[in-house]
Design a protein around this ligand. Structure first.
Ligand code: PMP
Length: 429
């Protein structure tokens, strides 16, 4: 596979865009080489500037759950654009998507739309702090909730890929209000509550972690958090930016049967346009301006193009009774195939999966938190990444990311991927 045009474009980009990219993980820094510049995409495939065709397991980091250039979304955006792209006023479309989202997700009465997952999580903790009149939050090492200051403390995803978990520019004052716990370890959370009685506004968690590879919650973990929150009058925030509308219509709350107090969304909810949202019961959401005192706003929030895309996406997922079952079956098929070739290759590996989120760590130890996620053999990951790419399979360019399965994948694509993995694994230790 040749990447001449991508290479040339990357060199050009480095002159005018920091690091050549507008979001760090895209730069391939963790794996080396030149990032691919994508020209277009359809269904399960990407086409880069050198006309390589790739099976896509990133899917814009989650949103393209029904495949790229999904017709109803494309049509809706085109039709909407003809009528004006932004008004800075309420629109009827916002009511429609809000009503639909509220009907699909358990335990939420109201939803506020923003422009990214970062904004959603940043606003959610402000709301939690305003509502509880407390300052501190608990986050889990390795969980990523966007790049707002409070969350860049042992964050996953790009923040760990680049070895700058505590980013310069985050003040000590901010950092002291973010308490760190260990994923899947209730005791670590209990200790924080004991040390900060009546001080913790919220626990924020990825109910299935996806930013240190995929790490599902162990039995009882989310239930335990719910109980600790109840006892301590602390809000439980589920960051469902990845899991929302992906694991089920109602996301992780539905799958695990746990009620969160605030839920954040991104990715799927925007159908590939820049959308985030946060939602909860009326008593909490009505704390937001202009109904309540907690300020939060956005010039382009509820943007008609973004809402049109999101609405079509949610409508399609809501109407299709089998979509989540198909996603589960396809991902389970991929998991089985990958496990077989990994086992036969003799490399150390762990495969974690929940629904249509799956990842491989190149280590034998059970991967259940940030530290065990870090035990993977990074050289093997790099070789695996580049080997798969050479075969025409595009996975995330970092061991700390999850693969997002799209319903556009066929079983032939999955077989092709498993074969590609079998071939690639021969080059690993
Ligand atoms: N929360 C989670 C769980 C995420 O995975 C991400 C992005 N990968 C975010 C928040 C931030 O979303 P965005 O990149 O849209 O700001």
């Amino acid at each position: 596979m040749l990447y001449q045009r991508s290479s040339a474009l990357f060199k050009e980009a480095e002159q005018v865009i920091p690091g050549g990219v507008n979001s760090p993980v895209r730069a391939f820094k963790a794996v080396g080489g030149t990032p691919l510049f994508i020209k277009e995409a359809k269904g399960a495939y990407l086409f880069d500037e050198d006309d390589n065709k790739l099976i896509d397991y990133i899917n814009s980091w989650g949103p393209m759950i029904l495949g790229h250039a999904y017709e109803p979304v494309v049509e809706a955006v085109i039709e909407r654009a003809k009528k004006g792209t932004s008004f800075g006023t309420p629109t009827a479309l916002e009511n429609k998507i809000a009503e639909l989202a509220v009907s699909m997700v358990p335990n939420i009465d109201k939803i506020r739309f923003v422009n990214s997952g970062t904004e959603a999580c940043m606003s959610a903790i402000r709301l939690a702090r305003g509502y509880t009149k407390r300052d501190k939050i608990i986050k889990f090492a390795g969980c990523y909730h966007g790049h707002s200051d409070s969350f860049l403390i042992q964050a996953g995803s790009g923040a760990v890929t680049f070895g700058t978990p505590n980013s310069p520019g985050v003040t000590e004052g901010t950092a002291k209000d973010t308490l760190l716990a260990t994923y899947n370890d209730l005791k670590s959370v209990e200790d924080l509550f004991a040390a900060n009685p009546d001080g913790i506004a919220a626990i924020i968690i990825e109910p299935v972690a996806g930013n240190m590879g995929c790490i599902p919650p162990q039995e009882g973990f989310l239930e335990g958090l719910r109980k600790l929150c109840d006892v301590n009058n602390t809000l439980l925030i589920f960051d469902e930016v990845m899991t929302g509308f992906r694991l089920a219509k109602g996301g992780a709350q539905e799958v695990f049967g746990i009620k969160a107090d605030i839920v954040t969304f991104g990715k799927v909810i925007g159908g590939g346009l820049p959308v985030g949202a946060f939602a909860g019961r009326s008593e909490i959401m009505d704390y937001l301006a202009p109904a309540g005192p907690v300020y939060q706003a956005g010039t382009l929030s509820g943007n008609p193009l973004a809402m049109a895309a999101g609405y079509e996406m949610l409508k399609a997922l809501n109407a299709d009774e089998e979509v989540y079952d198909r996603l589960e079956k396809k991902t389970a098929y991929l998991e089985k195939g990958l496990r077989e070739v990994l086992e036969a290759s003799g490399v150390n590996y762990t495969v974690n999966r929940k629904g249509s989120m799956i990842s491989i760590h190149f280590s034998k130890t059970e991967v259940k938190d940030f530290s065990t996620a870090g035990e993977g053999d990074n050289d093997n990951f790099k070789k695996f990444f580049h080997g798969m790419l050479a075969e025409g399979v595009y996975i995330a360019p970092s061991a700390y990311e999850t693969w997002f399965i799209t319903d556009a994948l066929t079983y032939e694509d999955l077989d092709f991927t498993i074969k590609a993995a079998e071939k690639t694994l021969q080059q690993l230790k």
